[in-house]
Ligand binder design. Sequence first.
Ligand code: ADP
Ligand code: MG
Length: 446
Amino acid sequence: MLACTHSECWSQFLEFIREKCSSAEYENWFTPITLVDASEEGVRLSVPNVFVREYLLSNYKKELCDFLPQKGAGEPSIEFVISEQQPQHLAPSEIVKEPAVDHLSLQRLRLNKLYTFQNFIEGPSNQFVKSAAQGVAMHPGKSYNPLFIHGGVGLGKTHLLHSIGHHILQSNKRLQISYITTEGFVNDLVEHLRGKTLDKMKRFYRNLDVLLIDDIQFLQNRMNFEEEFCNTFESLIHQSKQIVITSDKPPSQLKLSERLIARMEWGLVANIGTPDLETRVAILQHKAEQKGLKIPHRVAFFIAEHIYNNVRQLEGAINRLSAYCRMMQQEVTEDIAQQTLGNLFEEGPKKQVSVDDILSSVSSMFNVKVSELRGTSREKKIAFPRQIAMYLAKELLSDSLMKVASSFGGKTHSTVIHAWKKVSKQVETDETLRRQILLAKRNIEA
Ligand code: ADP
Ligand code: MG
């Protein structure tokens, strides 16, 4: 390939891409790229920020290699230059705007102070979406608009949305931001309709600089509200005000009007996936650190291997482990993790265990009647197996403590907690009891 043709190759690549992707995508990602020069080695491209580079390489590497020379197997020979940010020219109305401190108070925005970019652990499943969120936070209204983040439950969508809010609050106090859940928006609308103050609400939303809206899936099947949301949306977008939306599904899978779906696809749609093992370990260690809990790497690995679908559950595991270790004044070990977190672990479908299964297993193991376990006798040979049954019920059932307690002949939930604590403690030192319990568990779950 001749050096002098590399700039043509780049143009051909752009033509090819223009055919291939939507005009919004082209506008967003390819228009800002400029060819600085072309040499024998390849091309030098100027991009406005690292996100554009990442985007290009993660989505179009193969096509780039088809059009341009390669510097290594599968690596297109491109040198990227990040162009300097142009100082932003402020519109006169923005210059005179007073810092609206009241509006911007954290409290009013209801942002969780821990949900910051700094506390958001990066991995292959969320790197791209985090970069996009940072891009939006750094240049609201000027990079991807709207930014639409979608992904399963507990994967960090709300966390990223709050992070954008925090960043903008800190870096540009003049901007009017609102963070709202879709439920909150609908409630607001209902209240203003009732109070005949819809104009006031419209004014509020349409004067925002940044609207962060969480869980848009709750707008499905709510026709009356959808229209007002769509109008707000359009009004903001047309003024280049930033909108960020989260959802459990991509726009195309939402049961919303075609008009709104198309609007939401205007900017960048980014998916947040389930984190891989390494990232889960890093998240666990970060959360443990925040709680002041020391957790050996081996144990973090052990937990991360068993909880893999949901970051919220990883956090729940740390909370539970931390509470347990504090209460029992113990160091975190693999055994303790297994004991305290066993029922959070995802090991494929398990047999549904019932209180009856537990009672009958304990009854035969300790040679007492089920009716005695359910009864009130305080005789040690009955009371102790009863406590073990309660311990097992708390460990193996996902039922509430109240429900467990009432299955034991109407005991209170504090009786169950007392039994659980007592047996948990004894298990630590009594090897025979530990084996008995392990056997009972196997027997019940078989
Ligand atoms: P979603 O809104 O997607 O259901 P959240 O944003 O509420 O999920 O996240 C659930 C919990 O998991 C939060 O406490 C959040 O801090 C945490 N979390 C999720 N992803 C990460 C991550 N990558 N790094 C650190 N914490 C995370
Ligand atoms: Mg959420």
